[in-house]
Design a protein around this ligand. Structure first.
Ligand code: IMP
Length: 200
């Protein structure tokens, strides 16, 4: 068989098959690892842990066991101070197990109506990434971006809670009003990936 560039690089399997996340990791780590998406025959992980780290560790462990390669898993959430840190680990399903992004935002804004003052609407996006090796070694890194929850949606880009999250470093724009490049310079996920790159 003809050798393909990167054939001799170590394999790194992601716990996600999300094309956007896979492309992002290939562009950042593709010169050091053969990046593979989550295998199609691996059952979805039940994300039942009560921390981002617990869920990321569980996802990474299942991929290591299945693939026998270095595995990388991430888990993210939005932590709102006035809500005691909720939705936190339940961010994706804040309004119910099959909730849409729009329904999740509606619930968040409804819960914050008693807190109209921006000072009371402080929040933080967090991403935890766990890298796990077949020999049991493990690396845990985190990225955070602090900001404020708006009273109304602003902007059309991005996903999830982007229309209602104004990062402190975003000159007053929501994530959904920023270009992807601008968001990626400061986002929780970008910061976690930068921390991972520095330590891999
Ligand atoms: P995940 O762990 O990356 O799947 O993120 C969990 C949930 O957090 C997503 O379903 C989104 O609702 C939310 N989330 C994570 N990252 C972002 C972001 O960059 N912008 C908006 N919402 C996000």
């Amino acid at each position: 068989m003809t050798a393909v560039a990167g054939d001799n690089l170590p394999v790194l399997t992601l716990a996600t098959a999300n094309p956007g996340k896979v492309t992002e990791l290939v562009s950042l780590l593709g010169d050091r690892y053969q990046i593979r998406p989550r295998p199609a025959d691996l059952a979805e992980t039940d994300e039942d842990r009560d921390t981002l780290e617990g869920n990321a560790r569980k996802k990474a462990a299942e991929v290591v066991a299945h693939c026998g390669s270095l595995a990388v898993a991430d888990d993210s959430g939005l932590f709102v101070a006035a809500l005691g840190g909720r939705p936190g680990v339940h961010t994706a399903r804040f309004a119910g197990s099959n909730a849409t992004h729009d329904e999740n935002i509606d619930r968040l804004l409804a819960e914050l109506t008693r807190h109209p003052d921006p000072a009371e609407r402080r929040a933080e996006f967090r991403t935890v990434i766990v890298a796990a090796w077949p020999d049991g070694r493990e690396l845990v890194v985190e990225g955070r971006v602090p900001g404020t929850i708006t009273v109304e949606r602003r902007g059309d880009d991005g996903f999830g809670y982007d229309p209602v999250f104004v990062p402190d470093e975003g000159e007053g724009l929501t994530f959904a009003q920023m270009s992807l490049e601008a968001k990626n310079r400061i986002s929780h996920r970008a910061r976690a990936i930068t921390a991972l790159l520095a330590r891999l």
